[in-house]
Design a protein around this ligand. Structure first.
Ligand SMILES: [Zn+2]
Length: 241
């Protein structure tokens, strides 16, 4: 069986990778939220503008019919004017014709304004649609990224967890408890001795401690400064990632 420190060192390597994977994924949900909000905002703008244009189109269509009706009515009244029996009737019809003419003119003006409005809105809508397309493409892209990342990661995480558990089962419970406790303070709970120092906090280690770390791989020694578990500098580790 491999030494305690060997198994602990391998768990530390795996945990570092698992942390990395977690970090890669970490900011993605937040980014997705931002892209979703942006997409909704752009979509709402398009919908609002389209709604206004629809209303104008409907107004224009009704107004055109109304204009034809007013013209017909005016013509009918003009005909009637020839058949009046007195001035009073003539004036009444003339009044009505004037009224219809005013209404016709008013509606014609409104129709012209609507045409200009509609053209302006069309160009606004075009630019809003471009923004919307960009937002949609960005959202699709990040969804695809999430899907890919989740798929890739799922497989790697499952493999790492399995390998990790194989090392953990050979580690004494008290050492594993130590490791887990140190992990709550330092993500790298077990580090190598490097150039007579702790690779975690870089503090110098007494020669006697370094010798003990090297000679007793089935015991666990901690850095006197930071408390991390010390791994002998020369310990060979297999590639488990
Ligand atoms: Zn240290």
């Amino acid at each position: 069986m491999e030494s305690q420190i060997y198994n602990i060192a391998q768990v530390a390597v795996i945990d570092e990778r698992l942390d990395e994977l977690h970090e890669d994924y970490g900011s993605l949900p937040e980014q997705i939220k931002i892209k979703e909000a942006n997409y909704s905002e752009k979509k709402n703008l398009v919908d609002d503008t389209q709604h206004i244009i629809d209303e104008i189109v409907s107004f224009v269509s009704k107004a055109k019919t109304t204009l034809v009706e007013l013209k017909d009515k005016e013509e009918r009244l003009t005909q009637q004017q020839f058949q009046v029996r007195n001035n009073k009737e003539f004036d009444a019809i003339a009044n009505e014709i004037n009224h219809i003419k005013a209404e016709h003119e008013h509606l014609s003006n409104e129709l012209r304004t609507s045409g200009v409005k509609q053209e302006n809105l069309k160009s606004i809508l075009d630019s809003q649609l471009k923004d919307y397309e960009i937002a949609k493409a960005e959202l699709d892209e990040i969804y695809a990224e999430e899907k890919k990342l989740a798929g890739d990661q799922e497989a790697e995480i499952a493999k790492l967890r399995k390998t990790r558990s194989q090392f953990v089962k050979d580690i004494k419970i008290k050492f594993m408890k130590d490791y887990d406790r140190i992990r709550t303070m330092h993500t790298d709970a077990a580090v190598k001795v490097k150039k007579n120092s702790c690779a975690g906090c870089f503090s110098f280690l007494p020669a006697q401690l370094i010798v003990e770390v090297r000679n007793n791989p089935n015991n666990v020694y901690n850095c006197e400064n930071c408390g991390r578990i010390l791994i002998p500098e020369e310990l060979y580790l297999e590639d488990v990632l």
